[in-house]
Ligand binder design. Structure first.
Ligand SMILES: [Zn+2]
Length: 160
C-alpha cells in the first residue's frame, strides 16, 4: 500500500475504534490518534523511498540494509517489541502507536506480497492476496475508505 492508503486505513480504523462500544478498547483521544496515524506509517521506515523513510533517511537506510523492505518491521516480533514499549510506557501515544502499527501490518498482510509474520523464526510470507500495491483494488479501497470517512466526519457536522 502507498502511504496515503495506509494513513487512510489508520484513520478509518481509528474512526471505527472511536465509534465502537467495546469496553476493552482504550479511549480514543487526540494523543491516541496521533500515535495511531504515526503507527499506520511506521513499519515502512524500512523502505528508504517510502514517505516516512524519506523523512528518516539514516534510520531507513540502516533498516533497509539489515532487514530489507517488509522484513523485521513487518513481523509479529516488531509488534511484541512495541507492546513491550507500551507496557513500559502505558501512555495514550504508545497505545495509539501500537494500534496503528497493527493496522498497517494487517493491511500489508492482505496484499499479494504479504509479510513475514514469524520472522526471525521463518521467512515465509503470510498473505491474503486481495490487492497489489498501487493496483486498482488499492485505489478502490482508498476511495471507499475516504468516502466512509467523509460520510462519518463531514456529513455529521451540525451545519450540514
Ligand atoms: Zn508496510
Amino acid at each position: 500500500m502507498t502511504y496515503l492508503t495506509h494513513l487512510t486505513a489508520g484513520a478509518a480504523a481509528l474512526t471505527w475504534a472511536a465509534e465502537t462500544e467495546a469496553a476493552s478498547f482504550p479511549e480514543v483521544t487526540a494523543l491516541f490518534a496521533v500515535g495511531a496515524l504515526a503507527g499506520s506509517l511506521a513499519p515502512d521506515v524500512d523502505e528508504h523511498r517510502s514517505w516516512i523513510g524519506r523523512r528518516l533517511p539514516v534510520v531507513s537506510h540502516m533498516l533497509s540494509l539489515v532487514f530489507g523492505h517488509r522484513g523485521a518491521t513487518h513481523s509479529a516480533a516488531a509488534v511484541l517489541l512495541l507492546w513491550g514499549v507500551y507496557m513500559l510506557f502505558p501512555l495514550e501515544l504508545t497505545a495509539g502507536l501500537l494500534f496503528g502499527y497493527i493496522v498497517h501490518l494487517l493491511c500489508d498482510l492482505c496484499s499479494v506480497r504479504g509479510i513475514p509474520v514469524l520472522l526471525p523464526l521463518s521467512k515465509t510470507r503470510w498473505k491474503i492476496p486481495l490487492y497489489r500495491t498501487g493496483g486498482w483494488i488499492e485505489w478502490l479501497l482508498l476511495a471507499v475508505m475516504l468516502g466512509w470517512l467523509f460520510h462519518v466526519h463531514v456529513m455529521a457536522l451540525p451545519f450540514l
